[in-house]
Design a protein around this ligand. Sequence first.
Ligand code: ZN
Length: 252
Amino acid sequence: MTGFSDLRDNTASDIVLPYSELGNIIDGVARFRADVFPHQQALYSRLAGDGQQPKALVISCSDSRVVPELITQCGPGELFVCRNAGNIVPPYTLTSGGVSAAIEYAVVALGVRDIVVCGHSKCGAMSGLLHPDHLTEMPNVASWLRHAEAARSIVCTAYPADITEAEAIRALALENVSCQLNNLRGHPSVAARLAAGRLTLHGWFFDIKSGTILALDGETGRFTDVENSELPIAHRPSRRLATSGLHAIAAE
Ligand code: ZN
């Protein structure tokens, strides 16, 4: 049987060439089965038998340089991950798609107590948000990024007009995390658990060049390095009910 390595060596055919990179990936699958899996067999057996109990839901960008499990050093079964272009959380609607379903499943079925929205530096989605004219051949990307329009509006309106392109894209990524957390709070499953004090929200920013993670402090609205302070929290768990006098109302 011909393996991917055999195909990769046959560079005479234009049809075979596109498989060259995939060959590396398939070789990785083989190495995982031979070298990695045997050392984690007990863990996978437990996960297969007991099911998953992830520590958190992470909503991050699809960017290949941002790997949630790697930057948090989490293993199989520890993170429930939803990735998309621009780490976007569409506002809740009855016709919402995969992101909403992932949120609902993580919160309701798996009972996660923490949700992280993670943006990053040099984000292509943020660049597209800043330059919609670059998206004429990608109508789905353009449409998807409309969910981040609030971030673009903030940067274009509230930031100094003379910031550089690089500064604008970084500011967009940070503001977008904050805006997507706002969208997240409007999902019923999230709103209910926030009100009950059973859910904590985090806004993170991963800097690809330095490997550092900044976290949003909900009190100040600013991002700070997680290694220099206690982990900043975007939305702390505490009961937030609009009334505390339900018994008094019932007695009226
Ligand atoms: Zn990105």
